[in-house]
Design a binder for this molecule. Structure first.
Ligand code: NAD
Ligand code: TYD
Length: 351
């Protein structure tokens, strides 16, 4: 099978490719990625030279280019990770979110229709639980929860989910959608809560907590997300949505305190020195209070359950960042962006 993956140089996509290119030499994987600031080809070193892996540098917003790529590679399946993914960036500058997450998804759906007849092929859309908006103190998101997105990011992801469902109902495109809770793990760009806090602990810089720190997120280790996607690809029903969650609700302040505790232990820094860096800052506009996911449909139909607990996953994550400062420096110092513009000169203006 030829599987075209978009956004495979990002945090989750590179994890997915590293796991499944190696496990499935009988499938060919084509990774289409624009290499934005959030991507890092160094995250793909284990698969870069494998005969069943090909990298294609392209922007999914460029419809002609996407059509040409589909014409050339004629994929049997698409797994769509590519997105602008950070809520704070979406608040500051939403335009790229609309372009990539909505128009980019539209271009992919149209490209699929061009190469596949009705009921042919397979499109797996990777989405977020943030499309459901915010929960109160009780309850869980189910696949039937109404869409109620709060941020430009989640509104654009919600729009893309609607497009994918519509292309299934209207044009008979075989699709599956997964909506997953907050991921963490190695190789996450240090703008998201957990890697941001780890790297700032190591730099001795303030640890910014939005609002009063009581907002709750459900956390899932990235390996578990990749395996859930594969389980849905193999065993999920066409046209269906599956929620993915870690069954691990945490308040932000508790997450940050756990990070301080682990970094202190692993790096030999006094814990009080790190907790003293905790700084409450003005709240994020439209900040959702609580996310929590009912993933029982996925468990019952596809036999998937998370393997990491928050304790084991966070330990692995902290150890990875401590042992891979070079990766962090590459993505934060601009060295990586210089590499991208040397390697892909035509992208110099866009990355
Ligand atoms: P990321 O920001 O780490 O990576 C995104 C990748 O997409 C990068 O490699 C980037 O270069 C690529 N990309 C961006 N714009 C592109 C474009 N126009 N054309 C081609 N490639 C482009 O994101 P992530 O955290 O790995 O998230 C992957 C997917 O999973 C996203 O669709 C996101 O909405 C979804 N998701 C993420 C989380 C999470 O906690 N990170 C949770 C649930 C769902
Ligand atoms: P984030 O990692 O940006 O993921 P998302 O917004 O998609 O849930 O943020 C996770 C939670 O942490 C969210 O409630 C916002 C909060 N947060 C902070 O308190 N401080 C920070 O510096 C960041 C980046 C996030």
């Amino acid at each position: 099978m030829r599987i075209l993956v978009t956004g495979g140089a990002g945090f989750i996509g590179s994890n997915f490719l590293t796991r499944y290119v190696l496990r499935h030499p009988e499938h060919d994987f084509i990774n289409v990625d624009k290499l934005t600031y959030a991507a890092n080809p160094h995250s793909l070193t284990k698969v870069a030279l494998k005969p069943n892996y090909t990298f294609v540098h392209a922007d999914i917003v460029d419809a002609e280019r996407i059509d040409a790529i589909f014409e050339e590679y004629r994929p049997d399946a698409v797994v769509h990770f590519a997105a602008e993914s950070h809520v704070d960036r979406s608040i500051l500058d939403p335009r790229d979110f609309l372009r990539t997450n909505v128009e980019g998804t539209f271009n992919l759906l149209q490209a699929c229709r061009r190469i596949w007849k009705r009921d042919e092929g397979f499109f797996h859309h990777v989405s977020t639980d943030e499309v459901y908006g915010s929960l109160g103190a009780e309850g869980l998101f189910t696949e039937d929860s109404p869409y109620d997105p709060s941020s430009p990011y989640s509104a654009c992801k919600a729009a893309s989910d609607h497009l994918v469902r519509a292309w299934h109902r209207t044009y008979g495109l075989p699709v599956k959608i997964t909506n997953c809770s907050n991921n963490y793990g190695p190789r996450q760009f240090p703008e998201k809560l957990i890697p941001l806090m780890i790297t700032r602990c190591l730099e001795g810089r303030p640890l910014p907590i939005y609002g009063n720190g009581t907002n709750v997120r459900d956390w899932l280790y990235v390996d578990d997300h990749s395996d859930a996607i594969w389980a849905v690809m193999e065993r999920g029903r066409v046209g269906e949505t599956y929620n993915i969650g870690g069954n691990s609700e945490q308040r932000n302040i508790d997450v940050v305190e756990r990070v301080c505790e682990l970094v202190a232990r692993e790096a030999g820094i006094p814990e009080s020195q790190l907790t003293s860096l905790i700084t409450y800052v003005p709240d994020r506009p439209g900040h959702d209070a609580r996310y929590a996911v009912d993933a029982s449909k996925l468990r019952d139909e596809c036999g998937w359950e998370p393997t990491e607990t928050f304790t084991t996953g966070l330990e692995k994550t902290v150890r990875w960042y401590l042992g891979n400062q070079e990766w962090v420096n590459q993505v934060t110092t601009g060295e990586y962006r210089e590499w991208v513009s040397r390697r892909y000169p035509e992208a110099a203006k866009t990355v």
